[in-house]
Design a protein around this ligand. Structure first.
Ligand code: ADP
Ligand code: MG
Length: 345
């Protein structure tokens, strides 16, 4: 008789075999997946391989407490989120997802936990048709869960979107709406949670755990956008990276920033803007396009039912400040109270 799932403590190889070797989708570029010393992919002619790596630690990137009874639904959501966040880098480059590898550090091996984790991972992987081709599974004695995902995608040669080609006169767009994920994190800290209705809390939690990863939009922006970045650290911080890489400045219209609508009701305007401009964890795309492409961009976004908002424009590099925000009456909106995005060190 096989042991009850929650008592079953799979060995490293049982773990890999049972939970991580069946997240695979047909793709002619995949030659060899999980089980050998390394995986093999064959990059098609006239394609570039685009790859990125992303680490998420318990307590830093997602709320997690090993001491309390583990919420298994939460485990599944954490796995989903980790892959969706990693995918967002491929979206920002305009790449089509191909495969990923997983380095997982765990303090124990529990069948039920692994089941929820791998199901969450598989759900996100299925959405992106992105195969798990390998990884590394290690036990840690101290500290919580750590998930590292390396994602790989393909892009027609020389068409990947970068941060460095924004030009003065280009329009600045952002997809979706901003601030919800940061509101979820803020609500965990106490403070505002009494103000949150369960409806708002659910919305913000969904923004946090199910970021959109704008893969389709990213691919549509190839040869149309002059630059793109995904918003992981906050709109201002990430747009600043584009400006630095491109040697330009940007002007934004503060009233055009697409805050998650519920934010203002819950937090008031100033904090709603703070969350939207600076909150991070949105994983929406911020991109620049030449002005003559405005209509084309709006049309293609409509066709793919992906909301995009024009929020400002790129200017020549200014010495005083890289990003200036204007209010409707053309006065400058002070960013002094708005701290810049999340930094680890
Ligand atoms: P090696 O010792 O040669 O590095 P491992 O014993 O670590 O190989 O892994 C055996 C196989 O299982 C490899 O193909 C590896 O990519 C895969 N693997 C290990 N951990 C994971 C995981 N968490 N998810 C997917 N594949 C994994
Ligand atoms: Mg080996």
């Amino acid at each position: 008789m096989s042991p009850a799932p929650s008592e079953f403590k799979p060995s490293e190889f049982e773990m890999i075999q049972q939970y991580f070797s069946n997240i695979i989708f047909p793709n002619s570029a995949v030659v060899l997946g999980v089980g050998d010393d390394a995986a093999i992919i064959r990059v098609p002619d006239k394609s570039d391989l685009v790859f990125s790596i992303d680490t998420q630690h318990a307590g830093v990137h997602f709320p997690f407490n090993d001491d309390v009874k583990v919420d298994l639904e939460q485990v599944s959501k954490i796995a989903q989120r980790a892959l969706r966040c990693a995918m967002s880098d491929l979206a920002a480059m305009g790449a089509e997802p191909l495969c990923f590898t997983l380095a997982l550090s765990l303090s124990s091996s529990d069948a039920e936990w692994l089941d929820y984790f791998s199901q969450g991972l598989k759900q996100a992987a299925t959405e992106f048709q992105c195969s798990l081709l390998g990884g590394d599974t290690t036990k840690i004695n101290q500290g919580g869960l750590s998930i590292t995902l390396q994602v790989q995608g393909l892009c027609p040669s020389q068409q990947a979107l970068t941060r460095s080609q924004a030009q003065p006169g280009d329009l600045v767009f952002v997809s979706g709406n901003l601030g919800g994920a940061a509101a979820y994190i803020a609500s965990l800290g106490g403070g505002n949670d009494s103000k949150l209705s369960s409806h708002a809390e659910e919305l913000f939690a969904a923004d946090f755990f199910y970021p959109m990863s704008r893969i389709e939009l990213g691919q549509a922006l190839r040869q149309r956008a002059s630059s793109a970045i995904d918003i992981s650290d906050g709109l201002l911080a990430d747009l600043q990276h584009v400006c630095d890489a491109s040697g330009v400045s940007a002007e934004l219209q503060i009233d055009e920033i697409p805050c998650r609508p519920e934010l203002q009701d819950v937090f008031g305007r100033q904090q709603a803007l703070q969350l939207a401009l600076n909150g991070g964890d949105d994983y929406e795309l911020c991109f620049t396009v030449p002005e003559e492409k405005r209509k084309e961009i709006v049309k293609l976004a409509e066709d793919m039912e992906c909301p995009v908002t024009e929020i400002g424009c790129i200017t020549n590099k200014k010495q005083e400040s890289t990003i200036t925000c204007y209010q409707q009456d053309n006065s400058v909106f002070s960013l002094n109270d708005i701290t810049m995005g999340y930094q680890h060190f």
